[in-house]
Design a protein around this ligand. Structure first.
Ligand code: ZN
Ligand code: ZN
Length: 377
């Protein structure tokens, strides 16, 4: 009995120490409180103190944790690329010309995309640190460098954050962009993290699904996603998650954020489509329904693309971090297979290649050379 008491006491001390460290260490972010919490509570998507999806995810199946453990320690997937991933250097002068009539995109890796749309410069979920983690040096490490250093990037007009997971919201990247004057569009509650990191309130717009804001002549709309959030142990679903719809005078683009499949894609497509460019996540899915419900499979992403009424499919959320139990290149292979008998205009750019909407893009199966190339270690 005495031993049990000591164990409980030690656990309490450990949890207390962990909580204290997490509130002290800035990259964990801040908790939602005050006016921000009142705004969250007023949302129709906030129930019992947490944000919620329209369609709940399947409950965790019995034995799923055991399956995941077996995969973690005994899985034979090639989760990490066996040789270096090619990164195309961005040409000198690329950032100097900004054409108001053009929509073009450059994949910086994972869900980070540099976008020029109707004369504005945007970034989706820029996470350019070496690790997608609260502690640099621990956790998922990038497979490749960014094709452009933050210092060499021009001032970004708008940064779109889909949710607060570390592979989407990176403190160092946010602070760098904020110092250069970028404006941040974030889902409800996520502004708490930015505030803690010293970003001025005037540089942050928090939106809930269906709400929009304008920057220049571009309308930025928070649209639905089916996911979750959290940077610590106790903040699961405390901040919201979103997809982003961009409606300009000449072009329309969509960014899915992290999400499972649901009929929200058809609703967004009907209301705001057709999109010239669909930046859509394809990787880090399953196993298990509860996982794929909030992280759709590659086939779901293709279904989503069709439902969205979008022209060009620009796949992201693969090839940068080891986050799931599948081969590192399985998402793109399954996407390729799923679009085979469709008219979908899928592009598969290398990291750093420029994709321009309405212009032919020469896609290659560049990942095949990574698998054939000399092993990195
Ligand atoms: Zn996520
Ligand atoms: Zn993610």
């Amino acid at each position: 009995m005495k031993i049990l008491k000591i164990i409980v006491l030690l656990l309490l001390v450990l949890i207390g120490a962990l909580s204290a460290f997490m509130s002290f260490w800035p990259s964990f972010g801040a908790s939602v409180s005050g006016e921000r919490l009142k705004t969250a509570e007023a949302s129709s998507h906030f129930h019992d103190g947490k944000f919620a999806n329209t369609v709940p995810q399947a409950p965790y199946a019995v034995g799923q944790a055991w399956d995941l453990l077996k995969k973690q320690f005994g899985g034979n997937e090639q989760r990490v690329p066996p040789s270096p991933i090619p990164v195309t250097e961005i040409a000198d002068g690329f950032f100097e010309e900004l054409n108001r009539d053009v929509l073009r995109a450059v994949w910086l890796g994972h869900a980070s995309v540099y976008l020029e749309i109707d004369g504005l410069r945007l970034l989706t979920d820029p996470a350019l640190s070496d690790y997608a983690s609260p502690l640099q040096g621990i956790g998922p490490e990038r497979f490749h460098a960014s094709p452009v250093a933050l210092d060499n990037m021009p001032r970004i007009d708008a940064v779109l954050i889909s949710h607060d997971h570390y592979d989407h919201l990176d403190m160092a990247t946010v602070q760098h962009l904020a110092a250069k004057g970028s404006h941040f569009f974030v889902p409800l509650g996520a502004g708490a993290h930015l505030e803690k990191w010293g970003v001025a309130a005037a540089q942050v717009t928090e939106l809930e699904w269906g709400q929009s804001a304008e920057i220049g002549k571009l309308k930025i709309i928070s649209t639905e996603a089916r996911h979750y959030s959290g940077r610590g142990i106790f903040d699961h679903k405390d901040t919201f998650w979103t997809s982003w719809t961009m409606v300009g005078s000449k072009h329309r683009a969509f960014y899915s954020g992290d999400t499972g499949f649901s009929d929200h894609f058809a609703r967004i497509g009907n209301k705001y489509g057709p999109f010239d460019l669909n930046i859509i996540k394809i990787g880090a899915y399953g196993p298990g329904a509860s996982w794929t419900d909030i992280h759709m499979t590659a086939e779901d992403s293709v279904r989503a693309h069709l439902a969205l009424n979008a022209k060009r499919m620009f796949p992201v959320h693969w090839a940068t971090f080891n986050l799931a139990f599948h081969d590192w290149d399985e998402p793109i292979k399954r996407t390729m297979a799923a679009v085979k008998d469709t008219t979908i205009e899928l592009v598969t750019p290398r990291i750093g290649e420029v994709v321009t909407a309405g212009e032919t893009f020469q896609s290659t199966n560049w990942w095949e050379a990574v698998n054939a190339g000399p092993r990195k270690n």
